[in-house]
Design a protein around this ligand. Structure first.
Ligand code: PLP
Length: 386
């Protein structure tokens, strides 16, 4: 009898269900904000990456609508063919200006920025050193590049140095990859020490500022600015889809590095340029980041307020010096139960389980637009859990 070539998918799904790893989507109604509607029910939203509350901001909406009216809905082609608009260049110059780099290049998503950049700058004769907790897009880029990949223990500079001592000399180029603010743990990479090691071992350093841009640093430029490393030789990537409330990704670096990527990054060359709407919304967001530092200040005020309310429980909940907090639980099944309990009590904060992370948790993220009272409500509900 002939076997069905696709039947393995059903079996694989069964395994995923049994492990409590199964995932599905939930439709959220209306504009993003601290209160969202799921299944007709209003809930407090502690699950968003919209840290500055810009994704529902009228100014971004208006910018997107105006750009769509003027330039249409699609950019119709690759940036190198018919897809390049003056608006794209304005956005790239605004990103470079924010990051303090010579130039920047906008990709159609952060994921595409990482896989395209990494696979363009290293190859089979090269070495990648990657923090074990790095985002999927960094790991996938490393895989696609066909470079040798060594993971170092999370944030462990000594381990990284040992790996460099043992392996660096056998390879042509080397590249260190790290998130700056780790998306699922809320902690920072030891960037100054990473940068020093990169120089000492002649390695390139690509930092992923997806969660830090708009959040960290005096002007909201990210962790590079926070650590006083603006202007040092780095490849800084990030996304337009988190604090900037739009869609797209970017790399900011020297003019030469950006020119190289325009010629060599396949996920930029062979994909359609950002839509006018996404581009204009991101540009409006960068202007707001620059002109309204009080939004960032309010976000940090909210972080401080949550920590203060948690008090002794901060340890249990996972102390954090960022807008990302973790409530650790023993396994995936418990994470789902706790996530459901929170939802019953009007709090939306998702269970994060393997394979996204090794240890299951509820991830809580704060926004500048949360009211103190909403954070108080979150803590009241958290206190009933244990
Ligand atoms: C979200 C994210 C990305 C991908 O960005 P998108 O624009 O959503 O594709 C890359 N790196 C990190 C650390 C992220 O959190």
């Amino acid at each position: 009898m002939k076997k069905d070539a696709y039947s393995w998918m059903g079996r694989s799904l069964d395994t995923i269900h049994r492990a409590n790893w199964y995932r599905s989507v939930k439709a959220i109604a209306g504009r993003p904000g601290p209160i969202i509607t799921i299944n007709g029910r209003k809930m407090l939203n502690f699950a968003s990456n919209d840290y500055l509350g810009l994704a529902g901001d009228d100014r971004l909406v208006e910018a997107a609508v105006a750009a769509t009216r003027e330039l249409g809905t699609g950019s119709t082609g690759s940036r190198l063919l018919t897809g390049h608009r003056e608006l794209h260049r304005q956005l790239e110059l605004a990103i470079a200006d924010l990051k303090g780099t010579e130039d920047a290049i906008a990709f159609s998503s952060g994921y595409l920025a990482n896989i395209g950049t990494i696979s363009a700058i290293v190859g089979g004769r090269d070495l990648i050193l990657s923090d074990e907790y790095n985002h999927s897009s960094l790991k996938m880029g490393a895989k696609l590049s066909s470079a040798a990949v060594l993971d170092y223990r999370h944030g462990d500079i000594d381990h990284l140095k040992t790996l460099l001592d043992g392996h660096r000399s056998r390879y042509r180029r080397a590249l260190i990859l790290t998130d700056t603010l780790f998306s699922m743990d809320g902690d920072l990479c030891p960037l100054p020490r990473l940068a020093a090691l990169a120089v000492a071992f002649e390695c390139m350093l690509l930092v992923d500022e997806a969660h830090a841009t708009g959040v960290f640093g005096e002007t909201g430029a990210g962790c590079v600015e926070y650590f006083g490393l603006t202007g040092t030789p780095l490849l800084q990537m990030g996304t337009l889809s988190k604090a900037l409330g739009s869609l797209g990704g970017y790399v900011a670096a020297s003019a030469e590095a950006i020119d190289f990527l325009r010629n060599r990054a396949p996920s930029w060359i062979y994909t359609t340029g950002l839509t006018p709407a996404d581009t204009a919304a991101a540009l409006a967001a960068i202007n707001i980041v620059r002109e309204e530092p009080e939004r960032r200040a309010k976000l940090w005020e909210n972080v401080a307020f949550l920590k203060e309310l948690l008090g002794d429980r901060a340890e249990q909940i996972g102390d954090s010096d960022s807008p990302i907090f973790c409530y650790f639980v023993q396994d995936a099944a418990t994470a789902l139960q706790v996530g459901n309990k929170l939802q019953e009590r009007g709090i939306f904060a998702p269970a994060i389980r393997p394979p996204t992370v090794n240890t299951s948790r509820i991830r809580i993220s704060l926004m500048a637009t949360h009211q103190l009272d909403q954070i108080r409500q979150l803590v009241e509900v958290l206190k009933t859990l244990r």
